[in-house]
Design a protein around this ligand. Sequence first.
Ligand SMILES: [Mg+2]
Length: 326
Amino acid sequence: MDTMTRNRIRGCAVGAAVGDALGMPLEGSWRQPADRLVREMRAGRLPAGTITDDTEMALALAESLLAHCPLDPADLAQRFVAWFRAGPDDIGNQTYAVLARIAAGESWEQAVAAVQRRWPKSAGNGSVMRCWPVALAYWDDSDARQSGQRLDALLADSRLQSQVTHLHADCVAGSAFVNAAIYYLLHGTLPTDAIAQALEAVEMPEPLRRVIAAAPHQKRADLANSGWVRHTLESAVWGLLNTDTFEEALVQVVNLGGDADSAGAVVGALAGAAHGLDAIPLRWRETLRAEWPLGSGRIWRADDFIALADALASCSKPFEQSTSCT
Ligand SMILES: [Mg+2]
């Protein structure tokens, strides 16, 4: 792997965590005035630099992929339940409803179907905010004959990781879209082209496609940035395509307030893949902290995310060998 690709892979993982932590104190706030944007890691309900459920669930997904690639959804569900039992500070409604049922003994298929029947229109960002590890596990298509197959596998596992908790078509397609965009960015495609190519590569409901396609042309004042998956994707694509640096992309998106940490995680994964680890401000990287596994007392720092990104990326082997990495 060349140095720039490695830098992008690491940038995706560290970028997602940094975006979550930068957005944490702004979650639920109003849009910040344009002349008073928050640019530093601040304490909120957690100490400055602390990640939230977005990154915790991504870590569970990453560890599941390191044990089973292609993804084993039952293993992923059990890892989510272990996290759920450890009592996270923060958990989305849909995720809570599904994991509580699995913890009580239902299979993940029964649990997610039951929750979907009850709230068929629910389409939160809970599966999109955590999806990036799949892109790192499937980045390598150096064997040209298998490149189409590799992207297909990336899209399939991106959808599957959503289906464990979020069955809505927008959530499933949104996860595939984000990871397709990361895939193209890791291969050096310019952000505008990466978004266009990801829109082309992924089947999705037309209203979602229109939201993503229009996102770069939106005005800051019109971005709602709620927990609805369409709003999160809109904010993340807007931030990626209207800025030139990693720092500015994150600052613009988390200062929209609302679901600032989740939109921050998504734009962080995208902008990290676009600009690479070296573009992530050192002052943010040095503040980053994550207790993982939750309740263990072990604190992850930026270097741990780098090691995780490298481990995921080395899972990405010639297609037929891709079964397990540990
Ligand atoms: Mg969160």
